[in-house]
Write a protein that binds this ligand. Structure first.
Ligand code: 13P
Length: 337
């Protein structure tokens, strides 16, 4: 493991108020996004859409890296430039989702464990050869009646740590993503409790398995009430609880925490991040973004599968990236809707 190189890449991912574009939707998930705008889920459409995103002029000013899906890392732009070369040319590091999805957990089938460890070392080697510099693995924790069980948290933490160690051995910075879902009627206290417990178990597992935290990135959920909770929380409350939860759980050696958006609107995701950085300057880790839906929703809506709309879609993406970069400095002036 070359820790110096891994740590330098991890620091680069959160430098200069930049964040990540999560464009690693699996073929099924991008199909759902395309369905919303009436676009067929065909390889050419997926390629055209990703090329549009990656060719956004000036994106590298706000975005340090893009997370790709296996198919995308192997694709090229219309002029034959590989997507990884295209991104590198814009100063954006290519990354790769390496998990193979959350599957029913044996013994507790309403919960999931994320799979993809078999053969992972060989895939990491191949992905590094294709230009990837970092990787992502998403564990899913659902809050419900009697859930999550300590068992589900434990196996997901163990798998995240196995993945992280394998990536570091293969030269990729692992993004460690334990997502506590927003779905449900639970209140913000319950989300706080479950997120704290999950993060503590994840950092125990990372320690047990010898993962060098300086060469990792954390991608957590924010601390939010469930989407069906009758009592929703204000921006400043979400910001304060999220930072306090992280302070209790995440070692200072971690260079960056890059939130997922998890179903928040574009404006909410920006406002929450902005409030954290405005109210808590000087934290040991950088607080940034690794948004999928909260960077792409407007771009998808503008594009609608029509090449004539590419410019409008790129402007929408660039504006979200710019606002989120400002939020990394706590200087976004945008108001949440
Ligand atoms: P969202 O920001 O849409 O939650 O996606 C980020 C991601 O990469 C989830 O794994």
């Amino acid at each position: 493991m070359n820790l110096e190189q891994l740590a330098a890449t991890a620091r680069q991912m959160v430098a200069d108020n930049k964040g990540l574009l999560a464009a690693d939707e699996s073929t099924g998930t991008i199909g759902k996004r395309f369905e919303g705008i009436g676009v067929a889920n065909e390889e050419d459409n997926r390629r055209d859409y990703r090329e549009l995103l990656f060719r956004t002029s000036g994106l590298g000013k706000f975005i340090s890296g893009a997370i790709l899906y296996d198919e995308t890392l192997r694709q090229s732009a219309a002029d034959g430039t590989t997507f990884s070369a295209l991104l590198e040319g814009e100063g954006i590091l290519p990354g790769i989702k390496v998990d193979t999805g959350a599957k029913p957990l044996a013994g507790s089938p309403d919960e999931t464990v994320t799979e993809g460890l078999d053969g992972l070392a060989a895939r990491v080697e191949e992905y590094a050869g294709l230009g990837a510099r970092f990787a992502k693995w998403r564990a899913v924790i659902r809050i419900g009646d009697g859930q999550p069980t300590p068992y589900a948290i434990g196996v997901n933490a163990h798998a995240l740590a196995r993945y992280a160690r394998i990536c570091q051995e293969g030269g990729l910075v692992p993004i460690v993503e334990p997502e506590v879902l927003m779905d449900g009627g639970h209140d913000i206290e319950r989300c706080d409790e479950v997120t704290t417990e999950t993060l503590k178990r994840v950092y125990d597992a990372l320690y047990d398995q010898g993962v060098a935290l300086e060469g990792t990135i954390l991608k957590p959920n924010m601390v939010l009430p469930g989407t069906d909770c009758p009592t929703q929380a204000g921006i400043d409350d979400v910001a304060a609880r999220s930072v306090q939860c992280l302070l209790r759980s995440v070692p200072a050696a971690v260079p960056g925490i890059m939130f997922l958006s998890g179903g928040q609107s574009e404006e909410e995701a920006t406002a929450h991040l902005n409030a954290m950085n405005a109210a808590f300057p000087g934290l040991s880790w950088k607080l940034s973004f690794s948004y999928g839906r909260a960077l792409q929703a407007g771009a998808l809506k503008a594009w609608k599968g029509d090449a004539a709309n590419a410019g409008a879609a790129q402007r929408a993406l660039l504006e979200r990236a710019r606002q989120n970069s400002a939020a990394c400095a706590g200087t976004s002036s945008e108001q949440a809707a």
